[in-house]
Design a protein around this ligand. Structure first.
Ligand code: SF4
Ligand code: SF4
Length: 182
């Protein structure tokens, strides 16, 4: 991976760490009350049906790059290929290029973007950010007492974490985009 100047400031990195910690605390609180929560390793439905290409702030991209840099070269090559395919894809939904499709697991789990951390546990202006399976449980009243996370508050904190770009644009900007070779 080519060496690049930092795209986010140290203060933004600390803010991202605090945001991750706050999200993790909310997620754990929800899970504590519901040991059978549907989101678990191997459940990759949301990663396979993204409404749009993931968008990341500069601080999130910096964190993700660390995860990409730790991958074996062949894994990174596969991701670059899938990102290139995604950049030219017009149809929606899209499959996340960071998903290990055979394992149903995120290849950069520890470094994944904020939206991936809140999905399944947060709501935005009364709109649940979760899949149809969780939606069905909400509809039947099974999750009435859940204190959902507030995505609007998360988004306000993300506003302070550097410019936001689509994942495909970050790859292109940093010279990671596939150009028909690999
Ligand atoms: S939001 Fe739905 S599809 Fe995504 S991990 Fe949770 S249960 Fe699975
Ligand atoms: S980055 Fe990981 S968790 Fe997020 S959508 Fe992609 S595969 Fe899923």
């Amino acid at each position: 991976m080519p060496t690049q100047p930092r795209t986010s400031a140290d203060g933004e990195t600390g803010s991202l760490d605090r945001l991750h910690a706050d999200i993790e605390a909310r997620v754990l609180a929800i899970r504590d009350g519901h040991p059978d929560w549907l989101c678990r390793r191997g459940c990759d439905g949301c990663c396979r049906r993204l409404a749009e290409i993931p968008r990341l702030t500069a601080a999130e991209w910096d964190r993700l790059r660390e995860g990409l840099a730790a991958l074996p070269p062949d894994r990174l090559r596969e991701i670059r290929r899938d990102v290139a395919a995604l950049a030219g894809q017009r149809s929606r939904p899209v499959v996340c290029p960071l998903l290990d499709r055979s394992a149903g697991a995120c290849r950069v789990y520890a470094h994944r973007p904020v939206a991936c951390r809140t999905y399944g546990f947060y709501v935005q202006r009364d709109l649940g950010l979760y899949c149809k399976d969780i939606e069905a449980r909400v509809a039947e009243g099974a999750l009435a007492e859940v204190v959902w996370g507030n995505q609007d508050a998360v988004d306000r904190r993300l506003d302070a974490l550097g410019g936001i770009r689509e994942l495909t644009d970050w790859f292109a900007l940093e010279g990671l985009a596939e150009h028909g070779k690999g």
